[in-house]
Design a protein around this ligand. Structure first.
Ligand SMILES: *Cc1c(COP(=O)(O)O)cnc(C)c1O
Length: 358
C-alpha cells in the first residue's frame, strides 16, 4: 500500500508534553493521524495527515446505530532506542474479526500493520521514555454513509490516532477493589461482547458509574443468562490463582478475547504454571477466597498489563484476597510481560516487533 504523507510545517507541530511522568491516559494526541476511506467497495486514499477534526453528515450511520469498532495497542521505547510493538498482528486480526461481525469491510492485514508502523515511526518524538510510559495506538473504523435506515453503511472511515500515556501504576503496583455486578450485564452470548465495539462500553457505563460512586474502581461482570459465571472486568480479562493452577474464564462468546490474556496463559505455561480455561462461578470464587484456595486474583489488558485485585464485593460483603497484597504469581507475570514488551528481556515467543529506531 502506498501511503500519502502530507507535509507538516515545523511551526504547525504541537508542543511536546513536558513531563512524561505526568501523562495521564488518552487526553493528549500527536501531530498526525492515519486516515483511509471506504467507498464503492474499496479502501482509498491511505494518508498520514495532520491531526484534525472530521466533518461528518449528522445522519452518518455511526451516530445512530453505533456501527463502530476499534483496537487498543501500544508502542514502547526500549532503553537501547528501538521502537517496539507487542503482537500487533493479533490486534489487526481482531480488528478484522470485529469488522466482519458488524458487517464492515476488512482491511488487508499487511496494510493495517503498515499504516500503524508508518504512523508510529512518523510520530516517534511522541513516544515517551520514562518507565512504564508508552504511545497508545487507537485504530478506529466508523460508518459514515449519510442515511437513517438500519443497514450496513456503504461508506466507512478508518483512522488511527496516537496518544502518549503515562505509567498506569504511578502510585505503585496496588491491588484494586472490584464490585461484583449481579444486576446489570455487559454482554450476552450471541451478542457482540467478544468484539471491540463502542456499544459494549456504552452499555457498561451505568454499572461502572454506580460502582465508582460506592468507592470501587471497576465492575466484575457476571454472565447475562444466570448471573453466575465470572466474565471479565472493564477492559480486562480475569485470572485467579486457584490451588496450584492459574484459572481464567473460558471464552464463551460474550467475553473479549484479550491479547494480554492469551499472552499471560502462554507465559504462565512457559514458567511452569498449569493453566485452566473453564467456566468459573462466582460462588466458587467466593468460597475459594474464604477457604484460602484462591491466593491471588488479577485482571489483564493492554492499558494496565496486569492489575492485581485486592478484594471482591459481592452481595453486601467484601472478600479480601491475599490480605490485599500483590501475590508472587501476579508480580512475576507482570514483571516478565513488561520486560518483554519494553525489550528488556529476551522474548522467547517472538511477540515483540521492532518497527524502527528512536
Ligand atoms: C480490550 C479489552 C480487553 C483486553 O484486551 P487486550 O487485548 O488484552 O488489551 C478486555 N476486555 C474488554 C471488554 C476489552 O475491550
Amino acid at each position: 500500500m502506498k501511503i500519502t504523507v502530507q507535509p507538516l510545517q515545523e511551526q504547525e507541530l504541537k508542543p511536546l508534553f513536558q513531563d512524561a511522568s505526568q501523562l495521564g491516559f488518552g487526553r493528549i494526541f500527536t501531530d498526525r493521524m492515519f486516515t483511509m476511506r471506504y467507498q464503492d467497495k474499496a479502501w482509498v486514499e491511505p494518508t498520514i495527515e495532520k491531526y484534525r477534526n472530521f466533518s461528518l453528515d449528522p445522519s452518518a450511520c455511526v451516530f445512530h446505530y453505533a456501527q463502530e469498532i476499534f483496537e487498543g495497542m501500544k508502542a514502547y521505547a526500549s532503553e537501547d532506542g528501538r521502537i517496539l510493538l507487542f503482537r500487533p498482528e493479533q490486534n489487526v486480526k481482531r480488528m478484522n474479526r470485529s469488522a466482519e461481525r458488524l458487517v464492515m469491510p476488512t482491511i488487508p492485514e499487511q496494510d493495517m500493520l503498515q499504516a500503524i508502523a508508518e504512523l508510529v515511526v512518523a510520530e516517534k518524538r511522541w513516544i515517551p521514555r520514562a518507565p512504564g510510559t508508552s504511545l497508545y495506538i487507537r485504530p478506529t473504523m466508523i460508518a459514515t454513509e449519510p442515511f437513517l435506515g438500519v443497514h450496513p453503511s456503504a461508506e466507512y472511515l478508518f483512522y488511527i490516532i496516537l496518544s502518549p500515556v503515562g505509567a498506569y501504576y504511578k502510585e505503585g503496583f496496588k491491588p484494586v477493589r472490584l464490585y461484583v455486578e449481579d444486576t446489570f450485564v455487559r454482554a450476552a452470548v450471541g451478542g457482540v461482547g467478544d468484539i471491540k465495539t463502542g456499544g459494549n462500553y456504552a452499555a457498561s457505563l451505568m454499572a461502572g458509574y454506580l460502582a465508582q460512586q460506592k468507592g470501587f474502581s471497576q465492575v466484575l461482570w457476571l454472565d447475562a443468562r444466570e448471573r453466575k459465571y465470572v466474565e471479565e472486568v472493564g477492559a480486562m480479562n480475569m485470572f485467579f490463582v486457584f490451588g496450584d493452577k492459574l484459572v481464567t474464564p473460558a471464552l464463551t462468546g460474550s467475553i473479549l478475547p484479550g491479547i494480554t490474556r492469551a499472552s499471560v496463559l502462554e507465559l504462565a505455561q512457559y514458567l511452569g504454571l498449569a493453566t485452566e480455561e473453564r467456566p468459573v462461578s462466582i460462588d466458587e470464587v467466593i468460597e475459594g477466597i474464604a477457604n484460602g484456595e484462591i491466593t491471588e486474583a488479577f485482571g489483564s489488558g493492554t492499558a494496565a498489563v496486569i492489575s492485581p485485585v485486592g478484594s471482591l464485593f459481592f452481595k453486601d460483603k467484601e472478600y479480601v484476597i491475599n490480605n490485599n497484597q500483590v501475590g508472587p504469581v501476579t508480580q512475576k507475570l507482570y514483571d516478565k510481560l513488561v520486560n518483554i514488551q519494553y525489550g528488556k528481556e529476551t522474548d522467547p515467543f517472538g511477540w515483540v516487533k521492532e518497527i524502527g529506531r528512536l
